[in-house]
Design a protein around this ligand. Structure first.
Ligand SMILES: Cc1cc2nc3c(=O)[nH]c(=O)nc-3n(C[C@H](O)[C@H](O)[C@H](O)COP(=O)(O)OP(=O)(O)OC[C@H]3O[C@@H](n4cnc5c(N)ncnc54)[C@H](O)[C@@H]3O)c2cc1C
Length: 382
């Protein structure tokens, strides 16, 4: 049965939301500062998240997923996780949502048993390694090579800015096995204990509790059995997940914008300046309405596009535009929230302070906004 305020959400969605809210309040929020300082989230959290069905959301039951194919649960997950006020937490805990889908779609049964099931159970951690020191936007120019040697590939090269790269047990890695361009790429799952794999940690502006790594491959021997899908079809396997990844980023930008708005509204109601509540000033009220206008528009389009992708459509131009619009809007909304909180918004520990530092990565990652807008223009035949 649908809830009264939306045609998309049912009582099952509400029950999932309630459960997640309790999880965030009990198992995440009290520890965020500690994890931000430590630069990583603990492995035990993955197991806890698996136990409440968060890691398996949308994955097939055969691999330990909940088998629910409904994108509105993912929107709820983004909303509830964002309430802890840390984008690093979301990306660290859910890195598998970019690393695992290629294996689910194109992997063998053995690969699914080895590289998917333990990840959805929260026992193993995974990462996706595409970006290289020479460039991330231009995927066609990937230089890391994998050359056949008997029943193995020998991998040489480097990857950088890899989320969960320090903690990952399995790294879904894009390598060049063939000709120049997108048609010469393959995906290999490289295991953490592979000889010749070295990793160094990167310090960042935001996403502090999400570890980020540069990975070096020096003559790494990787079994051919770890190749996901046919040789030189790696880009197709990556591309299949692009629309879901864009929806994920849009949901994240929307959810954090909502947290900024909630924090700013609460503060504006409480804070007294010049003898009256901040919100009594027209300029502050207008700032809040400007924020809300963007948030509501993004949410409406997010739900429509989620529904269309669920129906099997590929509204690429619309997804690219909304990815760029939502992340750019978050930059504005987080900035305004910090402004409304004044000095209190600039001090570590305030959610809006952290979210403000985390805005840029969403405009750069998952397809830089310039690249998204250009792709949208080409999709629309400009
Ligand atoms: C915290 C963090 C986590 C990340 N996690 C991962 C991960 O897990 N796995 C992974 O593979 N990658 C990851 N990335 C990498 C991310 O996907 C890349 O940063 C992104 O694709 C951009 O690549 P680049 O940084 O090499 O920038 P470049 O490709 O060098 O581009 C630099 C800038 O130039 C502009 N630009 C680029 N191309 C064009 C163009 N055609 N037209 C106009 N302007 C353009 C954009 O503004 C872009 O930001 C992560 C990055 C960060 C910061």
């Amino acid at each position: 049965m649908h809830t009264p305020d939306s045609p998309f959400y049912t009582e099952d969605h509400q029950a999932f939301r309630d459960q997640l809210r309790r999880f965030v309040e009990k198992d995440i929020s009290p520890f965020i500062e500690e994890w931000e300082a430590a630069g990583r989230v603990p492995r035990e959290l993955h197991e806890k998240a698996a136990n409440i069905g968060l890691l398996g959301l949308g994955y097939p039951q055969e691999q330990g997923g909940n088998g629910i194919d409904d994108p509105f649960f993912s929107i709820i997950a983004a909303e509830e996780l964002a309430r802890a006020g840390s984008g690093g937490l979301c990306i660290a805990l859910l890195t598998h949502n970019i690393a695992t889908p290629p294996i689910v779609h194109a992997g063998t049964d053995e690969q699914k048993a080895k590289f998917v099931a333990p990840v959805l159970a929260g026992e193993k951690i995974t990462a996706l390694a595409i970006t290289e020191p020479e460039g991330g936007s231009d995927v066609a120019n990937i230089r890391t090579t994998a050359k056949r040697d008997g029943d193995s590939y020998i991998v040489n090269g480097a990857k950088t800015f890899i989320t969960s790269g320090m903690r990952a047990d399995f790294i879904t890695t894009a390598v060049r096995t063939g000709e120049p361009g997108l048609g010469g790429l393959s995906l290999l799952v490289i295991e953490a204990d592979t000889l010749g794999l070295d990793r160094t940690s990167l310090n960042k502006m935001g996403w502090q509790c999400s570890d980020t790594a540069t990975l070096y491959f020096d003559n790494c021997r990787v079994p051919i059995a770890n190749r996901v899908g046919p040789e030189n079809a790696g880009f197709l396997a990556i591309m299949r997940n692009f629309n879901h990844e864009r929806l994920m980023l849009i949901s994240t930008a929307y959810a954090f914008a909502q947290v900024c708005y909630d924090e700013a509204l609460a503060y504006a109601r409480e804070r007294i300046t010049f003898g009256r509540a901040l919100i009594k000033n027209q300029v502050i009220r207008h700032k809040l309405v400007e924020m809300k206008m963007k948030i509501d528009a993004i949410k409406a389009q997010l739900e429509i596009l989620s529904w269309r992708v669920w129906q099997g459509e590929a509204p690429i131009a619309e997804l690219c535009m909304l990815k760029a619009f939502s992340t750019r809007s978050l930059e504005h909304i987080a900035g305004e929230a910090v402004q409304i909180l004044g000095g209190a918004g600039y001090i570590r520990g305030a959610k809006v302070e952290r979210i403000f530092r985390e805005t840029k990565v969403l405009s750069i990652g998952g397809g830089a906004n310039e690249v998204m807008i250009d792709l949208a223009s080409r999709q629309m035949g400009y």
